[in-house]
Design a binder for this molecule. Structure first.
Ligand code: KG4
Ligand code: ZN
Length: 350
């Protein structure tokens, strides 16, 4: 089964061809970083307009790279939630048009399911070991941070063990980078600078680190960095590197510790990392160090599979289609995930 995947939930326009074994025939991502960089974050209206410009050439290039005609695919999968609704609409409407014209089944995919299943993608090099169900997944991206128990490849088999109560981990990386004047997106820049810093020179307390709860919080640590900057204590390049190192150590320490603790509590032997923050080198190192003594195997997908891409959407769609699931032409875009949520965000409604 060959599936064409389409992704447009945030600031990446993607199209990919993947089969039900996870083999990636083509995977194209057109980043909008240059569009949003001057504003220090994603501007939803600009994202929608840029997706509209890019969706057709990106899909065309993916089909050309895979040497496949639209008539040869077995279905069209598209991210329809969660994300920026105006951005999602572009992908959903493009996918509907293609599925309609080529008389193929259409399947909507929850973006988070794409991240959860990304470790199954086979790119031919740098592939993570194929995870075995059940596994625990740490999904840490710019929009979401949660620890899931995953019993199967459909959304109904995924339960949230704990999530952030406020900012996502990637959002914290981006906000701290902005405070330090490092530009957008911040994660990779903090990662790079942290390597040259000394974490012991800056005291930053890790959010909810000591608690046994799998729930997390990342807004407090950003406030600590902000105060430090306002007090004029971050002046030299060395100061910036030290703050990056201390911040990264605190955040990745919490993520790794809580994920391994969740796996032990659930009695599962496989842990999977997903989302853009899984590209972080210290997080990868800490996960490996913590998991090995407990006999836990960690699957870390290559970076192209961790950050937003359409291959993971095509694969998650193939899982639905191969089980007889499909959606109608009434498929809608929505900002909320379909995955079960148990952690209360802030003090308001979930
Ligand atoms: O999964 P993703 O590409 O998009 C979302 O669905 O949000 O994740 C993007 C996030 C951004 O916040 C970015 O700063 C972060 O992942 N990120 C990193 C690294 N590379 C990307 N965070 C920490 N270290 C990295 N190396
Ligand atoms: Zn994502």
């Amino acid at each position: 089964m060959l599936v064409l995947g389409v992704e447009s939930s945030c600031d990446e326009t993607g199209a990919a061809l993947v089969d039900e074994t996870g083999r990636v025939l083509a995977d194209l991502v057109q980043s909008q970083v240059h569009v949003h960089a001057p504003y220090g974050g994603v501007v939803p209206e600009l994202a929608s307009r840029d997706h509209l410009r890019n969706i057709e050439p990106v899909v065309r290039s993916a089909l050309a790279e895979g040497r496949v005609a639209l008539s040869e695919v077995d279905g069209v999968a598209v991210t329809n939630r969660p994300g920026l609704v105006g951005a999602l609409l572009v992908g959903v409407q493009a996918a509907k048009g293609m599925a309609w014209a080529a008389r193929k089944p259409l399947v909507g995919v929850d973006h988070l399911m794409g991240h959860v299943l990304a470790a199954f993608l086979r790119r031919g090099e740098g592939d993570a070991p194929v995870p075995r169900f059940p596994f625990v997944c740490l999904l840490a991206s710019g929009g979401h941070t949660a620890i899931y128990r995953v019993d199967g490849p459909l959304a109904g088999a995924v339960s949230e063990l704990g999530a952030t109560r406020d900012d996502a981990a990637g959002e914290a990386f981006d906000k701290v980078a902005k405070l330090l004047g490092l530009g957008y997106p911040g994660g990779p820049r903090v990662d790079r600078l942290a390597a040259a810093g000394d974490p012991s020179r800056v005291k930053l307390s890790a959010p909810m680190a000591s608690s046994d709860s799998p729930e997390m919080s990342f807004s407090g640590i950003k406030t600590q960095v902000s105060r430090r900057v306002q007090e004029g204590r971050v002046r030299t390049e060395a100061d910036v590197a030290d703050v990056c190192a201390a911040f990264q150590a605190a955040v990745t320490g919490v993520l790794a510790k809580k994920t391994v603790a969740a796996a032990l509590r659930e009695g599962v032997k496989d842990v999977v990392l997903g989302g853009g923050v899984a590209a972080n080198r210290e997080l990868r190192r800490r996960m490996a160090d913590l998991a090995a003594p407990s006999g836990i195997r960690v699957s870390v997908p290559p970076i192209a599979s961790c950050t937003d891409n359409a291959a993971m959407i095509a694969y998650a769609g193939a899982m639905r289609l191969s089980r007889g699931e499909a959606d109608g032409w009434d498929l809608v875009a929505t900002s909320r995930t379909a995955l079960e949520r148990t952690t209360r965000k802030g003090r308001g409604r979930r």
